[in-house]
Design a protein around this ligand. Structure first.
Ligand SMILES: N[C@@H](CCC[C@H](N)C(=O)O)C(=O)O
Length: 257
């Protein structure tokens, strides 16, 4: 059986996209998903995303990390699946879909996708870092010596040393000016630094606002793969109306026999 795949990237975070509306994909086959994501023996990607039918929204998103195991919410992947849904003719310019952490709204204009993220109300502020969940768990830490940062080494150390087997994504932040930051992310389940992480930059934007480094209601996050914009409303202790915006593009369409 031939399976048709598309490959999308969103600021360098790349995903294999599968139209699984007929439910043919081997969802429980961890080894197959891991191999498809392998950058030498497979197509290569940070994750694999299934687009499936849903009774109450335009579609369902099922996300798998590169390790082949089902993951939590993927912000950049969420932006890519909206572009994929548009390509398949399922949606036009606006949509809603259900994912690991609930229903998301999104809009697409050209290759720019804006994705509404879930509200955030629990932010753990520690002496050297913050921890919050934006659909996936994120450690956010300001890093002084930016030029010598080994994000892979430091990220792995914290991911396993502080968060154990369950893990967390690890984000390092270099403030450029108020509301403008450089971000590097070590991603759980990819077990490597990725070019960007959507739930990660969302966590950074909120964490920096909590620290008073982003005075307005939006932030620009510079990642290895490009710039992302996060805007939000804060009322009391709750961050709501959170939107993650940036490019998402199809880079390949093919089949694997
Ligand atoms: N790159 C994703 C994050 C995907 C989930 C993460 N790897 C995890 O397991 O928590 C994003 O753009 O949010």
């Amino acid at each position: 059986m031939q399976l048709t795949f598309c490959k999308y990237q969103a600021t360098g975070n790349d995903f294999i996209m599968v139209d699984n509306r007929h439910d043919f994909f081997p969802k429980n086959d961890t080894k197959t998903i891991e191999r498809l994501c392998h950058r030498r023996f497979g197509i290569g990607a940070d994750g694999l995303i299934l687009l499936e039918t849903d009774n109450s929204t335009d579609f369902r998103m099922v996300y798998y990390n590169a390790d082949g195991r089902e993951g939590s919410m993927c912000g950049n992947g969420g932006r890519c699946i909206v572009a994929f849904a548009k390509y398949l003719g399922i949606i036009d310019t606006h949509c809603s879909f259900v994912a690991f952490d609930g229903v998301h709204r999104a809009r697409i204009s050209g290759d720019v996708v804006a994705l509404q993220m879930q509200d955030v109300s629990q932010i753990h502020v520690k002496p050297k870092y913050l921890f919050l969940d934006t659909g996936s768990p994120h450690h956010v830490q300001l890093w002084e010596d930016w030029e010598t940062l080994d994000a892979e080494k430091e990220g792995k150390r914290l991911r396993y040393g502080l968060y154990g087997e369950k893990g967390s994504n690890i984000n390092f932040v270099n403030p450029l000016e108020s509301g403008h930051f450089e971000v590097r992310t070590y991603e759980r389940g990819v077990e490597s630094e990725t070019y960007s992480c959507g739930t990660g930059v969302t966590a950074v934007a909120i964490a920096m606002h909590e620290l008073g480094r982003a005075s307005g209601s939006e932030a620009i996050l510079e990642t290895k793969g490009g710039n992302l914009r996060v805007c939000f409303t804060k009322e009391g202790a709750v961050y709501s109306d959170i939107w993650l915006e940036g490019p998402a593009e199809q880079v390949f369409k093919g089949s694997v026999s």
